[in-house]
Ligand binder design. Structure first.
Ligand code: ATP
Ligand code: NI
Length: 405
């Protein structure tokens, strides 16, 4: 029996830049079940990281979440905020966008934790790894099940994870209990750092890249979060270490039952790690479902294109080779109200000139696709002429001729 842990609906995040409004994430619906590994895959610039950061409220100006709901199941939290924020509570679910920022922040480390591609960003260079892990442990220890008292611990929660507090200047010396220190060493051992007691006394720069990646995972799980969000956790690592780190995440997941949202551009990693997957394109999830739905029953020609570009799915290193054409810019002024993939799609039809909703697709009842092919067969008679998007000027990038002038 699995239950939803996160229910995201209509989530939109925009960046308001000098060049104009960037629609980084648009009307995103997502359900993540307790204890599963959910993967998000897509080309660079498709909105994967912005999605992840939106979930944990880490969007900085000029960006802003402009709409949607993020419902998170947590009985204690629901109990604690029900009275003051009745509209943000539905049974055991709490809409994270409907509660005060202070309470939301206090969930970091204990409810949500995030690991990034670049582990340096998660550590303060002037504190030992052990101290920083112990601090992350203490945040969890201090965490009260009653969010009414979270105001007091918000500040320490901000310190807890360097990953969230890059710019925060850490106070010089904080009290760390011997228990937390012991737990820090245990965590280092758990993530496979040899001689953990000694390594705990070392500074981040004394760790190799792969070791620091492990230490960052230790830091992220120190607070025993419900959801671990891993944004390209292995991209920067060489293949052997990549496999080790994925194994580690797998083991931790099996041991703790933690829910993982795994972001990657590597379909091999998805195939190896995930229960369900969402394929992202131009700020939208264009197809989602179980691995079987997406790998064997895929509907969206973009998914087909991604899969076609991977020689062997069972092995790691199935990096995407680009599909012909370019990812759209996501600038609002340049986005047309059509299927955003139509200009690259080998099956674009007249129908694709209006923007598709998420349709239910064949397969499990989790399977959806933002593509008319979920509803109808491809018919060549309805195909758009091959030069349609060039001819109509409906392109997202300058043509070669314009660029030459
Ligand atoms: N700070 C920012 N300011 C302006 N635009 C941004 C900012 N951060 C992200 N974006 C835009 O949001 C869109 C989605 O970016 P995002 O980082 O989520 O892509 P991604 O799928 O994670 O790509 P990658 O695989 O390269 O990490 C891009 O068009 C990007 O330019
Ligand atoms: Ni990214």
């Amino acid at each position: 029996m699995t239950r939803d842990l996160l229910r995201v609906s209509d989530l939109s995040t925009r960046y308001f830049t000098q060049e104009g409004q960037v629609n980084a994430v648009s009307d995103l619906d997502l359900r993540i079940q307790s204890g599963e590994v959910f993967g998000i895959v897509g080309e660079s610039g498709s909105g994967k990281s912005v999605t992840a950061r939106s979930l944990v409220d880490l969007i900085n100006p000029p960006g802003r979440i402009t709409g949607g709901e993020i419902w998170y199941r947590n009985d204690d939290l629901a109990e604690g905020v029900r009275e003051d924020h009745p509209d943000a509570v539905d049974g055991s679910f709490v809409d994270l966008r409907g509660i005060p920022e202070g309470i939301r922040n206090s969930l970091r480390g204990t409810s949500f934790s995030m690991i990034f591609q670049d582990p340096e960003s998660s550590f303060n260079p002037s504190l030992t790894v052990g101290e920083q892990l112990a601090e992350a442990v203490e945040v969890q220890r201090r965490a009260s099940p009653n969010p009414r008292s979270t105001r007091a611990r918000t500040k320490s929660a901000e310190y807890s994870l360097g990953s969230y507090a890059l710019s925060t200047v850490m106070s010089s010396k904080r009290y760390v209990s011997p228990e937390s220190h012991d737990r820090a060493v245990e965590l280092l051992e758990m993530v496979g750092i040899p001689d953990p007691a000694k390594r705990a006394e070392e500074y981040p720069h004394e760790y190799s890249g792969g070791m620091l990646q492990r230490a960052m995972i230790a830091q992220a799980i120190a607070g025993e979060p419900d959801v671990l969000i891993a944004d390209e956790p292995t991209t920067a690592l060489d293949v052997t270490i990549q496999a080790q780190v994925l194994n580690l995440l797998d083991d931790i997941q099996a041991e703790t039952g933690m829910t993982i949202l795994l972001i990657t551009h590597d379909l091999g990693v998805i195939a190896r790690m995930c229960d369900r997957v969402g394929v992202m394109y131009a700020g939208e999830l264009v197809e989602r479902g179980t691995l079987e739905d997406v790998f064997d029953e895929h509907v969206h020609p973009y998914t087909t294109g991604l899969l076609g570009s991977v020689p062997e799915l069972d092995s790691a290193g199935g990096a995407l080779t680009p599909i012909e054409g370019n990812v759209p810019s996501l600038l609002d002024a340049e986005m047309k109200n059509r299927c955003h993939f139509a200009d690259r799609c080998p099956k674009a039809m007249d129908d694709c000139l209006s923007h598709p909703p998420e349709y239910d697709a064949d397969g499990t009842d989790h399977h959806t696709a933002r593509c008319v092919l979920a509803m109808r067969e491809y018919n060549e008679a309805d195909a758009l002429p091959p030069d349609y998007f060039d001819a109509s000027g409906d392109t997202d990038e300058p043509t070669q001729m314009e660029a030459d002038e």
